[in-house]
Design a protein around this ligand. Sequence first.
Ligand SMILES: [Zn+2]
Length: 342
Amino acid sequence: MINEIKAMVDNALVALSEARNTDEVEQVRWSFLGRAGRITNVLKQIGSLPQAERKPVGASANAARDRIQAAAEARIRELQEGRFARLAELEAIDVTFPAPPLDRGHIHVLNQVRSEVETILERLGYQVEEGPEIETDWYCFEALNLPKGHASRDLQETFFLAEDESIVLRTHTSSVQIRAMERLRTPPIFVIAPGRVYRRDNLDATHLPYFMQVEGLAVDEGLTVGDLKGTLLYLVQSLFGPERRVRMRPTYFPYTEPSFEFDTLCGRCGGAGCRSCGNQGWLETGGCGMVHPNVLRNGGVDPEKYTGFAWGFGIERMALLKYDVEDLRLFYENDLRFNEQF
Ligand SMILES: [Zn+2]
């Protein structure tokens, strides 16, 4: 009997050493130590053995059980370590391998142009002034020499936020002019007001229901149209290059007198005329003029002592001129293939 037990142990040790995974180890262990296992059966039979054999056979069977148990556990540890070693080899990180490029966000093209405009004008001593997008009729129209019923209010399709039309989404950043004069009080006042404006325009390639504008306002003693033109020229040439000239054409705005539209020399044809500028040689850029005395007065500035000039343009328009973009909607579609170009 004791020899049989020894043979069982030898068989078990061989089977365990040949087991290729933990399942196979468990099968071997079960076949020897499980409820109907070979060693278990020996232990069950001990009671029926002659008295003299019970003790040595029992001791031998118990020792065999412990031996097989220990060998099975050792084999499982061995297999797991091997598995980890293989995994380590398979999944090891090769630190010398070039990393895949990470997508990084960057500032949107419109904000790039906006901050470029701010930087250029800050060099001339302008400071950035902010105003609310929800504005009262006074700041948006009335104080800018646009009384109720004035014909040119129809030019600006307004979003009204109150039934009595006293609260509006600002249609232009000119609404910041009066606020700036009220806050700064005494000229010289040199401010730029960049921000979003709203108009009831239908969305198409050249119109947006909201867009970004930059307003410039300068108030001081003795300012002239020459100062205005010099400022615009400096801005345009800083943005687009030294060959880009500026031209001013008379027009009408209620808040400036005289008033002008200003154009930038076409960068493609240098003024000769091309498809890009509609054969004009010039690209419409923005509006400007000398601040109307009524507007200065409404801002608390004495028009007998001071003069001022103001100008405004759309940031989208500037970005379009700078990068030759054909459709304004592209700026707001957030298509990464578009955005990533800038
Ligand atoms: Zn052209």
